[in-house]
Write a protein that binds this ligand. Structure first.
Ligand code: C5P
Length: 236
């Protein structure tokens, strides 16, 4: 289960991220480095993974011309990241160039496409010229990404069951927006429990505040793992 739980290192400095990650690294197989930490600390944040024995999920949501993205993919692989995000809206050539480069580098880097940000609703999509409803656009970009070799997707817990069905067992489906029963929802609009996300087909759960802000982060991580194990041991 440890390999299927990612802790979001949403901290402003390496010192805080390192202290937060060290507490739970034994229980959490993946550490997610997002824009805040990467802009502040760069590759040193990625090196935390090797130091703590966890894999690094570099959440940079790349979106640029194919060559620029491809080169960033190569660098992320060399740094030792295990997962890297990029925008499905970057289009087929960007996605394919990135996927081919990740596979060619042979560092085991897995690319995850972001489809429609959960902060966007139908009217936001219309404002940028996308007339399809969000759920349809998620599916379109998900299928596109997979068709050109992208390994998986980041998606909401509300979307994961439909995506698993549409994309099959091989796709890596990563779900943030996880809240154990009783945890504060914060600014997340739609949340799923660890058990429901796994049962709906999530490959990897991303959890931030329910661990980071817990009075006892180790106990919080442990109870999430217990809930995950229980979900897979018993039918829904
Ligand atoms: O604190 P919380 O558990 O909500 O953290 C979730 C993490 O996943 C954060 O790093 C957040 O940026 C990220 N994320 C998200 N929802 C998305 C995509 C990414 O919450 N749709």
């Amino acid at each position: 289960m440890r390999d299927r739980l990612a802790f979001a290192l949403d901290y402003p400095t390496l010192a805080e991220a390192s202290a937060g990650a060290a507490q739970v690294a034994e229980l959490v197989g993946v550490l997610k480095v997002g824009l805040e930490l990467f802009v502040a600390e760069g590759p040193a944040a990625v090196k935390l993974g090797a130091q703590l024995g966890s894999r690094i999920f570099l959440d940079l949501k790349l979106h640029d011309i194919p060559e620029t993205v491809e080169r960033a993919v190569a660098t992320a692989g060399q740094l030792g990241a295990s997962y890297l995000t990029l925008h499905g809206a970057g289009g087929p050539r960007m996605l394919q160039a990135a996927a081919e480069r990740a596979d060619r580098e042979g560092a085991g880097l897995k690319l995850l496409a972001v489809t429609v940000l959960t902060s966007l609703d139908a009217s936001d999509l219309q404002a940028v010229g996308v007339s399809a409803p969000p759920a349809e656009q998620v599916l379109r970009l998900g299928k596109l990404a997979r068709s050109v070799g992208i390994h998986g997707l980041v998606c909401s817990t509300a979307e994961v069951a439909a995506l698993r069905q549409a994309l099959g067992p091989e796709a890596i489906l990563v779900t943030p927006g996880i809240r154990p029963a009783g945890a504060a929802v914060g600014d997340q609009k739609r949340v799923g429990t660890p058990a429901s996300a796994l049962r709906d087909g999530s490959s990897l759960l991303v959890v931030g505040r329910p661990i980071r802000d817990a009075a006892d982060p180790v106990a919080a991580a442990r109870s999430i793992l217990t809930e995950m194990s229980g979900a897979l041991a018993t039918p829904a």
